[in-house]
Design a protein around this ligand. Structure first.
Ligand SMILES: [Fe+2]
Length: 477
């Protein structure tokens, strides 16, 4: 994507484009509209990339060095408000999200941008999880990253279905469920998702961190945000279980063998264990592989990249005071996961591996979120054969059913259950598809989630190239 002569360097950088497929009695329609963020409108106005993104440095417009520095250190100028991650619901309203502390309220009918929320100004936070969890009563739970008296922390908050009377917005003074101090004082962990079980909020502190000092230095010296990310070599994943009712963290120290992740698939409790399913990679190589120049190398990249795998981490809640270090405390039938008590009293976990590649941007039956479940659906991490396979992972049989089509880059958006269905996979999988044969063509393919066979599709030709979608949202009428 370009503004004037300037092109973004990284896949995560492109300006957010809302895409919408609508189905009604009169057929289907497709519409799309750019999110009117400050970054988008400023770049457009200046016909060049002015606002820095994850992997691209914006060209500074200020002439005075002092003015330039002051401008850069203003929080809303340090971080872009481009919000391409997805559309989520807070307080019955629809918002575009990103990791930076900004949200944009949009009209889901017209895709127009209505207003911007600056959570740094409103709540003093530095970043947020862009994937909140919505409870059945309409309350949204999210994790906000802030700095407290002892350093960086993760605040778990509940945002009500409707603004409380007398409060300015749904985000005003959200109810705090609990708070966890970051394990490294100058390096809060990167946390794109978190987990939720019946009784716990699950936070995974992975070895991929944001080096605060480097981030500030990079901002001053015109270097992109990606340069401030630091992988803590030889460090484990630290697991926090925070009680949803009391807000207290489980005292048991829990660590798991190292992995990099973006998406926790689902979490649930079973027989006094907490089960955490995650799309994992050995290291965060893909963040660097997703530079546009690398992607243009095509299939070479696919064979070089770590495809990752789906792992199931199991935390036993019943940990005896005295137990032999070789005893595996995981007691779930059929599980290959282990949990062993270390000399220092901590638990060291090794996960059970289910697949030989990840299935990203995962989706599942909404009523099985935070509950025991069997299936989820996602985009295959295997990019060697066909860039755009989608798959259905079966945790019981350990099998994967895939769907793909030549020259199609498919993206799983949502699983929608059939009304009245009782089987977990009785429903449809909505898959958006872009076509390498014609970049102006876009499709929405409906798969039968039971057998992953195509039931039908709608195709549209648009006036311009259509980019691949990210997280999707199904809005029933
Ligand atoms: Fe994501």
């Amino acid at each position: 994507m370009t503004y004037g002569e300037h092109e973004f360097n990284h896949v995560f950088d492109g300006s957010a484009l809302l895409q919408k497929f609508t189905f009604g009695e009169n057929g289907a329609t497709f519409s799309s509209r750019f999110l009117k963020s400050y970054a988008y409108t400023t770049n457009l106005e200046n016909e060049q990339i002015v606002v820095s993104e994850f992997g691209t440095t914006g060209k500074s417009l200020s002439r005075s060095k002092l003015g330039k520095l002051g401008d850069k250190l203003a929080f809303d100028k340090m971080f872009s408000d481009n919000a391409p991650v997805g559309v989520v619901v807070f307080g019955g309203e629809h918002y575009c999200t990103t990791e930076a502390p900004f949200l944009h309220k949009i009209d889901p009918e017209t895709l127009e941008t209505i207003s911007k929320v600056d959570l740094h100004k409103e709540l003093g936070i530095n970043s947020q999880c862009p994937n909140p969890k919505m409870l059945s009563d309409g309350t949204s739970i999210n994790v906000l990253h802030a700095v407290g008296a002892t350093g960086p922390k993760y605040d778990i908050v509940a945002i009500p279905k409707k603004p409380v009377v007398g409060k300015a917005s749904v985000f005003s003074k959200p109810k705090k469920i609990g708070s966890v101090d970051a394990r490294w004082k100058l390096n809060p962990c990167h946390m794109h998702t978190f987990g939720l079980t019946e009784n716990y909020v699950v936070l995974l502190e992975q070895p991929l961190t944001i080096d605060v000092k480097a981030t500030v230095t990079n901002t001053i010296f015109d270097k992109p945000f990606i340069g401030g990310m630091e992988w803590m070599e030889n460090k484990l994943v630290k697991i926090h279980l925070v009680n949803r009712e009391t807000g207290k963290e489980l005292k048991q120290k829990i660590k798991c063998e190292a992995f990099f992740f973006m998406h926790i698939i689902n979490c649930f409790e079973q027989d006094n264990h907490v089960v955490i399913d995650v799309d994992t990679y050995k290291k965060p190589e893909l963040l660097y592989a997703f530079y546009v120049k690398n992607l243009r190398r095509g299939s070479v990249l696919g064979s070089e990249l770590d495809r990752g795998c789906v792992k199931r981490v199991v935390v036993p809640l019943d940990v005896p005071e005295k137990v032999a270090p070789e005893t595996n405390l995981v007691r779930l039938a059929g599980s290959k996961a282990t949990a062993r008590k270390q000399k220092d009293g901590s638990l060291l976990l090794t996960p059970d591996t289910f697949t030989n590649c990840v299935y990203e941007v995962p989706t599942l039956h909404p009523q099985h979120a935070s509950r025991k479940y069997r299936y989820f659906y996602g985009n295959s991490g295997d990019m060697t054969v066909n860039a755009g396979k989608v798959g259905k992972v079966d945790f019981d049989s350990r099998e994967v059913k895939e769907w793909h089509e030549e020259e199609v880059y498919a993206n799983v958006t949502c699983f929608v259950p059939r009304p009245g269905a009782t089987a977990e996979d009785d429903g449809v999988l909505l898959v958006t598809a872009v076509h390498s044969t014609d970049r102006r063509k876009t499709s929405l393919v409906v798969l039968d989630a039971a057998d992953m066979k195509e039931m039908g599709r709608v195709e549209f030709m648009t006036p311009s190239d259509v980019p691949k979608s990210l997280h999707g949202l199904f809005i029933p009428e």
